[in-house]
Design a protein around this ligand. Structure first.
Ligand code: DON
Length: 577
């Protein structure tokens, strides 16, 4: 059956007895039709980010002769100013780089648990989780990594001067920029949250309300912080006035990030995680992100199915993909964490074709395996609205995929007083108690338990797909637990279903993360017979919110033509030259 996305029959759906409908049903605003909005074409450079002004900054760097890494650093700093809910210096991220000369690397600037952190820090004396403690306020913040990560990338792979890459962000903060309605609408949801912290409210609120579309948004404290970082270098953040302001903020609000935490923080370079899918090379982020491992494990399972013959969005295809997702997320919960603390993670096993074969064999094509019957695998051998993604390629063919985050929208909600930037709430990405899901419903165990100085497990999946030794797709997405399934589905849409990246990104998505045992669809028009087919197999279906906002690049004509695509689910911009 070919899914045609006819109008969703709400009445009919509710009548289906096993259907779990907890989210409000919202009729689809996008469909599979070609949608030229957001597509840019270039031959010398391309930047696709979540904010038009950040894209402009990146393109400016490329036009001045900078390479893709230079542009990525400048875009990151610009996003701090123009997209403060996710762009950050108070958070962390990952950068996957493939240089035209074949060098491949992954820069890890994930936040770390402060040295005073401990396993049960979010539990009360009875061992119960204290609501919201890992999500809001000073204790929710991990030691920020972004400035160190950008510096490492720039020093080793960039070509331009550090200061010049921070300058555009400084002027955006100093002179301000005009807010658009999509941005202020997003802020309105957070008015009450902002009010909890006067220094946060002072920036994001105007009286009792948010700033309005059309207002010029000026951030003088942030401009001063960026100036210090530009002039004194990245160490200023960790050992200078900015560090002093962070520690003062911690003391004021009962937080635990110390001078030593900041001085000790180091970004690290890791080997990219590599896989292959139907002849294409996959380069993605290794632990402490689960993204790359899960992406490759998922693709390996799916490689054994002829998805093309099953039709896009058919019951058969969705069933196979969902069943594979279930098994991969079970493994994620059991095995993955920070490699500096969990030395024997079975990465090779999890990403091996042989293991994928075993998992595939356990998938019943007629029946959804209930999640309680899915366990993390027995591996071959004992071997040990608030994230943002952008993609860049330059005239030489250097490719960069960056996903960076504060975790939740506006992170911990705590602005560092006097420094004008938000701190993350990444501590919630740890497994704060075994068996208790985090804000994305993800579970974990000891591999992702809190330990001082440890990085919390992530799902961020900045990815480069390689064809004939050249970058072919550069992509990634926000979306918490759904990042992995979003990136996988976009790749499958291109490779298996022959879509161009634009259609692949526009196409509707679905998600299963093992627990809860629900197959989630975006709010869209689904044919009753499609739903019935899945329900008959035993899937529990949930209509949920939109999944991810992919900002990607497709490279064609033997590396000659760059197509930049931004997701209709966001408000980003692709621009090239
Ligand atoms: O690292 C992670 O997996 C999460 N902190 C990402 C959060 C996220 O994507 C929220 N955004 N939409």
């Amino acid at each position: 059956m070919k899914q045609t996305f006819g109008k969703l029959q709400v009445g009919m759906l509710v009548g289906l007895s096993t259907l779990v409908l907890t989210a409000a049903l919202i009729i689809l605003f996008f469909n599979c039709a070609r949608h030229p909005v957001g597509v840019a074409v270039g031959r010398k450079g391309m930047v696709v980010s979540a904010h038009p002004l950040a894209t402009e900054v990146g393109l400016g760097v490329l036009k001045q002769g900078g390479n893709a890494v230079d542009a990525a650093v400048a875009v990151s700093f610009a996003l701090v100013v123009v997209l403060p809910r996710a762009g950050n210096i108070g958070g962390g991220g990952f950068m996957v780089i493939r240089m035209a000369d074949g060098r491949e690397t992954a820069i890890d600037y994930r936040e770390k648990a402060p040295l005073a952190a401990f396993r049960d820090m979010y539990l009360d004396s009875l061992g119960n989780v204290i609501p919201d403690l890992s999500l809001y306020g000073h204790l929710a913040a991990g030691v920020p990594g972004t400035v160190a990560g950008l510096a490492l990338a720039q020093e080793k792979y960039g070509t331009m001067e550090w200061k010049g890459l921070v300058l555009p962000a400084i002027s955006l903060a100093e002179v301000g920029f005009i807010l658009e309605d999509w941005q202020t609408e997003g802020w309105e949801w957070a008015i009450d949250d902002f009010k909890r912290y006067p220094q946060t409210a002072a920036i994001y609120l105007k009286g009792d309300s948010t700033h309005q579309a059309g207002d010029r948004f000026v951030q003088p404290d942030l401009a001063r912080t960026l100036k210090r970082i530009a002039e004194q270098g990245p160490d200023e953040f960790y050992q200078g006035e900015t560090a002093r302001l962070i520690v003062a903020e911690m003391k004021r609000g009962g937080g635990i990030i110390s001078e030593q935490d900041l001085a000790d923080y180091r970004a690290v370079e890791r080997n990219v995680i590599q896989g292959d899918y139907r002849g294409y090379g996959i380069l993605s982020m290794p632990p402490p992100s689960s993204g790359g491992v899960c992406l490759i494990e998922l693709l390996n399972i799916l490689e054994g199915y002829n998805l093309k013959s099953l039709d896009f969005y058919s019951v058969g295809a969705v069933h196979r993909i969902a069943e594979a997702e279930k098994r991969v997320y079970a493994d994620r919960a059991a095995f993955l964490g920070d490699p500096d603390f969990v030395p024997n993670m079975p990465i090779e096993g999890l990403t091996s074709k042989a293991y994928a074969d075993t998992l595939r064999k356990a998938i019943d094509l007629n029946r959804a395996t209930p999640s309680k019957e899915v366990y993390a695998g027995r591996l071959p051998g004992p071997e040990g609205k608030a994230t943002t993604h952008f993609s860049v390629v330059d005239r030489w063919g250097n490719a960069v995929a960056v996903t960076t985050t504060l975790n939740s929208s506006f992170g911990s909600l705590v602005v560092v007083t006097g420094a004008g930037f938000l701190l993350n709430n990444e501590m919630d990405d740890f497994s704060i108690k075994a068996g208790v899901p985090n804000q994305f419903g993800l579970l974990g165990g000891s591999a992702n338990a809190i330990e001082p100085g440890k990085r919390m497990l992530s799902s961020m999946t900045p990815t480069i797909v390689v064809k004939d030794e050249k970058p072919f797709l550069i992509l990634g997405s926000p979306g918490g637990a759904r990042i992995i399934t979003t990136v996988t589905q976009v790749i499958i849409n291109v490779i298996d279903y022959g879509m161009d990246l634009n259609d692949a990104i526009h196409a509707p998505r679905f998600h299963h993360q093992w627990l809860p045992d629900e197959l989630c669809f975006e709010p869209m028009e689904l044919l009753p017979e499609f739903l019935e087919g899945l329900l008959e197999k035993g899937h529990r279906i949930r209509i949920w919110w939109y999944m991810g906002r992919v900002n990607g690049i497709q490279i064609e004509d033997k590396g000659q033509t760059y197509y930049g695509v931004t997701d209709p689910r966001g408000n980003g911009k692709a621009d090239g030259y």
